[in-house]
Write a protein that binds this ligand. Sequence first.
Ligand code: HEM
Length: 171
Amino acid sequence: MSETDFQNLPYLLAVVKESLRLHPATPLMLPHKASASVKVGGYNIPKGADVTVNVWAIARNPDVWSNPQEYRPERFLEKSIDIKGGDFRVLPFGAGRRACPGAQLGINLVASMIGHLLHHFEWSLPEGTMPEDVDMTESPGIVTFMSMPLQAVAKPRLDKEELYNRVPVEM
Ligand code: HEM
């Protein structure tokens, strides 16, 4: 990945999608009650059962993703892959009637936030830390957290100091 890659909007969106594939905010989705008795993969799911879907594992399934553990945004440029519930291989926003209604806004907000962070700062790792030392594993839970918090050094890259002042916001 280079700086120019991030100036390319389709690439930036592919970065967001690949990040949500590997690190969905809710790895087990929200629990839902089965509205009818069904058989899935040979298992009987009775009506009313609490169902959680391991979207984290689905998005890393080697049967449907090539090199699933590899972080490679290009996979979303090579093929059009829907991440808003239309493609069951990647479901960071759920699917069906209770899927996230803010999915497109969420994708745009994350892309905009990454764009701002890259535009305003030069990023590096703390001295002595190599890229391969960054631990991207998550601690298991309902919501995704990194096992080891990321440490990164942000250096302002724009010459207008006032751009970095805190702006009070009235709500
Ligand atoms: C990257 C950002 C976001 C992620 C990863 C995300 C993810 C999710 C997930 C996984 C669900 C549960 C879907 C299910 O139960 O099947 C959900 C539900 C929901 N999300 Fe989001 N969301 C994001 C942003 C937003 C935004 C920006 C809004 C509103 C402006 C929003 C509003 C909602 C609402 C209202 C529900 C409940 C829908 C229902 O229960 O019928 N989300 N979201």
